[in-house]
Design a protein around this ligand. Structure first.
Ligand SMILES: C[S@@+](CC[C@H](N)C(=O)[O-])C[C@H]1O[C@@H](n2cnc3c(N)ncnc32)[C@H](O)[C@@H]1O
Length: 349
């Protein structure tokens, strides 16, 4: 309890007075109003500006004791600043990824001993979060899976993520999924025209294929995935989103599957940023002239976009194709000054 200046008013006039105090920004919302006898006591920050209330509602200004409100912090920074020593505040992470009811965070080395407190603060801050995972380094291996530690909640790491009206079931310990790519998926999906024949070469649990199929019932999509766990989620997600008639899934290596594949595609998505260039030859050979490849590629440095464009143009020439790069941008920074670059590539010949 804390002693404060207060406005004392009869109960029957209290709501009107509260509104006035709120409007005048005089009420001190850090404290709860107090009820006693037939009166309500509102804690105020100052008495300046109370004149009009004196006359209109015959309020009194008194001293009274108030209970502090337990206010929920509005951000992770605010929550952690209350827990962590001052000299560690500058290390507080500025971003959290949310995938379904799971929160993902990179905890700086200096804060590792506070992992449990950070996880609990995230669960308190986001009521929908049931599990908090701390990212251990970058995605690795052919399946591009990241290692995680469970730092709060959980042990279940399977979840359903909702994005652009689609649902994706995924276990982040077993299959790749990055909610930060959602804008890119929408950008690509919005370019698709009726009746296109599309190839999603590295489909994961299906977020490109399924969004495109959901948005356009006339398309045909071939979705290839190497990781059996991701493939099983792809199957689940195709049926969860009711696009069985449009998305045809394949389990295996994209090059092997495409080798004796007849269809020639209008559009190909190559979302394997650390290795996509090694598949550019087979992709270009399966693309119609004037068809488009949406390629994701990792490049470092400030001039990463120009370097990516040059690398891809030269490689296409070596393979024997003419291309035009119609769009380029840095999509994500995956490590300091290391970016995923998105390139839209039109095949000329
Ligand atoms: C960066 S993830 C992208 C997944 C998906 N496009 C998404 O947005 O979530 C790349 C995926 O390609 C798969 N992959 C890796 N090599 C492959 C190959 N040779 N053929 C088919 N899929 C492959 C990985 O298992 C992983 O799921």
């Amino acid at each position: 309890m804390e002693e404060k200046i207060a406005v004392k008013v009869e109960r029957c006039k209290a709501e009107e007075v509260r509104r006035k105090l709120q409007l005048l920004r005089l009420i001190d919302n850090d404290f709860k109003p107090m009820f006693e006898g037939g009166y309500v006591y509102f804690p105020v920050k100052t008495v300046n500006g109370l004149n009009s209330l004196h006359k209109e509602y015959s309020v009194e200004v008194v001293q009274a004791f108030f209970e502090k409100r337990l206010r929920k912090p509005k951000s992770l920074r605010e929550a952690l600043e209350k827990i962590l020593p001052n000299d560690l505040h500058s290390y507080i992470p500025s971003s959290i990824d949310l995938v379904g009811d799971i929160a993902l965070i990179t905890i700086p080395e200096k804060l590792e001993s506070y992992s449990r407190e950070i996880g609990t603060a995230i669960i308190d801050l986001y009521p929908r979060v049931k599990t908090v995972l701390s990212k251990q380094g970058e995605t690795i291996g052919e399946y591009r899976i990241r290692l995680f530690n469970i730092i709060a909640g959980g042990p279940d790491t399977e979840t359903i993520h909702r994005e652009h009206g689609c649902m994706y079931k995924v276990d982040l310990m077993k299959a790749f999924f990055n909610s930060r790519m959602s804008g890119e998926r929408l950008r690509v999906a919005l370019q698709v025209r009726d009746k296109e024949n599309i190839l999603d070469m590295f489909a994961g649990v299906g977020p490109f294929s399924i969004l495109i199929a959901k948005k356009n019932p006339t398309v045909t999509i071939t979705a290839i995935e190497l990781n059996p766990d991701a493939y099983n989620y792809l199957l689940t997600n195709i049926s969860l989103n009711k696009v069985e008639d449009r998305v045809k899934p394949y389990l295996g290596d994209a090059r092997q599957i495409l080798e004796d594949f007849k269809p020639i595609f209008d559009r190909i998505i190559m979302d394997l940023p650390f290795n996509s260039l090694n598949f550019l030859d087979i992709a270009l050979s399966k693309l119609k002239n004037h068809g488009v490849i949406h390629l994701y590629h990792v490049e470092s440095g400030v001039d990463s976009i120009d370097r990516a464009k040059l690398r891809v143009t030269r490689l296409a020439e070596e393979i024997g194709h003419r291309i035009e790069i119609t769009y380029s941008r840095q999509v994500l920074e995956v490590a300091p000054r290391k970016f995923i670059i998105a390139l839209d590539i039109k095949k000329i010949s």
